[in-house]
Design a protein around this ligand. Sequence first.
Ligand SMILES: [Zn+2]
Length: 341
Amino acid sequence: MAKNNNSKNTENNKLPIETKLVQQYYKEVFDPGDLISIIGLSTFYRREFAFLLENDVFVRNISFKSTSGLVNYLVRNPIKRAYIGAVYDVPPTKNNTIQKIKWKSREFCFDLDLNDYDLVRICGCQGKEQYCKVCWSLVQDAATFLDRTLRDDFGFRDIIWVFSGRRGFHGWVRDKEAGILTQEQRNSMIQYLTLIKDEKRTQAVEKDLKHVLPLRDRIIEMVAKTFFQKATVKELRAEPFKFTKKQIERLQYNLKNSTRPFHYTYDSILENKQDRDAIFTHIITYRYPRIDRKVSIDIRRILKIPGSIQDTNGRICCKVDIKKIHKFYPENAPTIWDLLS
Ligand SMILES: [Zn+2]
């Protein structure tokens, strides 16, 4: 299987991207209106911005009175990466650093990155740029599952997803109530969403979820179903499943033909299995969303600006419609060269 698209090899020749080109992009193509549609205008002047500049100079505690101030900065400086942080009570500056001023709000953000799946990428892809359809489906499924869970279990309504520029997605929960969640509150929500506490041990995840049935059922409908759709007969014969030939046939028949929710199939196939928990844990380990906890919990954390350029490949961190996320691959994100030609 091709691990990389062909166009990338030619694009590698264009790296590093010329500063002149980056500045032209921010001048002619970058639309601050798109960013405002995500972060809102009223608190813009009290937002922290941060930039990685040429020669790896990293600057934080920057704020702008207006979007044209931001655009001017992007056009005049040698930007490698552009980031956005939280809203404070006064504009962050060199003298009024974010440690000195009062934090006010920040979207509840999620970072899904293929990096975090390296141990369970069975396709053989590794490293920072490699991906294929097999492992990319992990982050596509993770975004879909999280989006549903954030809406159904926490009641959020305004969630957008952005291609992170390389191997994953950023989720931005924009609901007002989400923005003012404290670090402790974010932490406990992430606890709820994190199921594997110790990678090396088999855990009683399904038992733990017996009082959280909506989450358990959603895992079976979305995560377990996909796991079984993609599993090979060899995997299903092995530990922890040890399915018989008959069980595998029944499973595959139901996956193709049954119109009932998948938990009927799941429960009937596993009916007399002693090791339900081991099976559930195995599925969670291989296909359940892996969230970068720090990004979600740390209220001062910065995240790449939607619409900015990923310096390692020239791709734009573009918005992705969650309903079409299964059709989105990194090569679908426009590049700076596409947009300037
Ligand atoms: Zn892969």
